[in-house]
Design a protein around this ligand. Structure first.
Ligand code: ZN
Length: 488
């Protein structure tokens, strides 16, 4: 079975055919860096990390562009109000670019903890002001925008006469007009649906650039049209983002690209669904916005404990990216146990004594695992097949099934590829590349403990054991020595 992707634009699953194989261009809308990274940031990052990793596994050479929005994103995602970054800068008494740097660093650190691979290119909106001005000029030249009071607005009605505004979100322009409140602040616009592609800066507005329309800043949607075409060309394969960006952000992006560059750029539009917390939408105003740092440390009144970044990652992958996902302590604790079971199962491969013949084979597990991923990255089904394989491994380790040495190796290779490489789930310590050394050092310490006991130095033996427990190494004494495991 070949890879099929659900395309938001066509509303169906389509066979994946890149424009220029083996190259794949992928653009994903990144964060607006004005606050602590939270759970909402983790879902698109992990979703498209799986896509990135899997496409690479299939042999594609992926150029993955994920932007950083550092200018132009106004409060309430509207064309008026304060810039989110400027507001934070004012509150924290910092320069806007200090806010940008601080939260970009935070975002990168959190993504690293979640084992999200860095994108190939991470461009910023403020680094592409000239290109954005030039797209605005092109749209003006082509007659799909107008200037008013130093701002430039996209003429949605005019565009919709020649093209289809609403094709991605499935919204009809008539319904949109009927549902728009005529806000006082929008009086400059010919039509309330029109959106700013360049905004005039008020005297107190901090983030501003000179332009032929006066000092101002680009509209939020413009950056993605510009940076995707700059780094991936006029046409590219995949554009991703959260479902909350479908309208107006991505709808406006298509309109700008067509109005400015003459044709649509994106072959497959992919959108991940939203996260809820204890069944409720998350938001600062609801008092249940939890940062990733708080999830990792457990320091939040709604959390019973801290959760390892791998637990968060595993939990997200246990749901399909197009389903909503509800976070709760119970669900995360179950995920924590599940992930332990998965890692322990992989470890149990070491305990199987090779037989002449195999009663279980890795081939079927492998086939159905990849079939699931090929079906629009169906990670929950893929993971359930991994657990079926783990059952066979555990019973072989217990002597109830048997495997040849080469099947044990095949299982090992498959689980390493599936779990570590494609799903990006790594036991603690594994990702450092020092796993072999760690194991050697643990064995050395345990041998020293046995020697200490032989010499009746029980104090030293106990201290070694206590310190190792503190570091997360669980030691079990057996009749022929010891066994140990790393507790995450
Ligand atoms: Zn975007």
């Amino acid at each position: 079975m070949k890879l099929r992707i659900y395309n938001t634009l066509s509303r169906k699953k389509e066979a994946f055919k890149p424009l220029h194989p083996p190259f794949v261009g992928m653009y994903v809308c990144g964060p607006t860096v004005y606050g602590e990274p939270h759970l909402g940031h983790a879902r698109p990052a992990i979703t498209f990390d799986l896509v990135f990793r899997y496409l690479k596994h299939l042999g594609y050479r992926v150029r993955y562009v994920r932007n950083i929005t550092d200018v132009g994103h106004l409060e309430a995602d509207q064309d008026f109000g304060e810039d989110k970054i400027s507001k934070k800068a004012r509150l924290e008494k910092l320069e806007p670019m200090e806010i940008v740097q601080k939260y970009t660093n935070e975002y990168r650190l959190k993504m690293m903890q979640l084992n999200v691979l860095p994108p190939s290119i991470e461009p910023t909106a403020s680094g592409h002001i000239i290109e954005q001005q030039s797209l605005v000029e092109k749209i003006l030249e082509n007659g799909y925008a107008y200037e008013k009071g130093g701002s430039v607005y996209f003429d949605v009605e005019k565009y919709n006469k020649d093209h289809d505004y609403g094709k991605l979100s499935g919204r009809k322009i008539e319904d949109l007009i009927a549902n728009t409140r005529d806000l006082e602040k929008q009086l400059e616009k010919k039509n309330p649906l029109d959106f700013a592609i360049w905004k005039n800066a008020d005297p107190e507005h901090l983030m501003r650039w000179p332009s032929r329309w006066g000092d101002g800043f680009p509209g939020w949607h413009v950056e993605c049209s510009v940076m995707s075409s700059r780094y991936l060309g006029g046409e590219f394969d995949i554009h991703g983002g959260g479902m909350d960006l479908l309208f107006p952000h991505h709808e406006c992006e298509i309109a700008q690209t067509v109005a400015g560059y003459g044709k649509e750029a994106v072959r497959y539009w992919m959108h991940n669904n939203m996260i809820t917390l204890n069944g409720q939408k998350m938001g600062k105003s609801l008092g249940n916005a939890i940062s990733l740092e708080q999830f990792f440390t457990g320091e939040h009144k709604l959390l019973d404990q801290g959760y390892h970044p791998m637990t968060i990652r595993f939990f997200m992958l246990q749901a399909h990216y197009r389903s909503t996902l509800d976070f709760s302590n119970e669900a995360l604790q179950a995920a924590e146990k599940g992930l332990d079971r998965l890692f322990d199962g992989i470890g149990a491969l070491d305990k199987i004594i090779p037989s002449e013949k195999s009663s279980v084979s890795p081939d079927e597990t492998e086939r159905i695992f990849f079939n699931a991923l090929n079906d629009d990255f169906n990670s929950p089904i893929a993971i359930s097949h991994l657990f079926d394989g783990i059952k066979s491994i555990n019973s072989a380790a217990a002597g109830n099934e048997f495997m040849t040495g080469s099947d044990i190796e095949k299982f090992r290779h498959f689980y390493q590829t599936a779990v570590y490489e494609i799903l990006g789930l790594v036991p603690e310590g594994k990702d450092t590349g020092d796993q072999g050394l760690t194991e050697e050092l643990i064995k050395l310490l345990l041998q020293m403990r046995i020697d200490a006991r032989k010499n009746k130095n029980f104090e030293l033996a106990d201290r070694i054991r206590d310190e190792m427990t503190r570091l997360g190494v669980e030691v079990m004494d057996t009749k022929d020595g010891f066994e140990w495991k790393l507790n995450r």
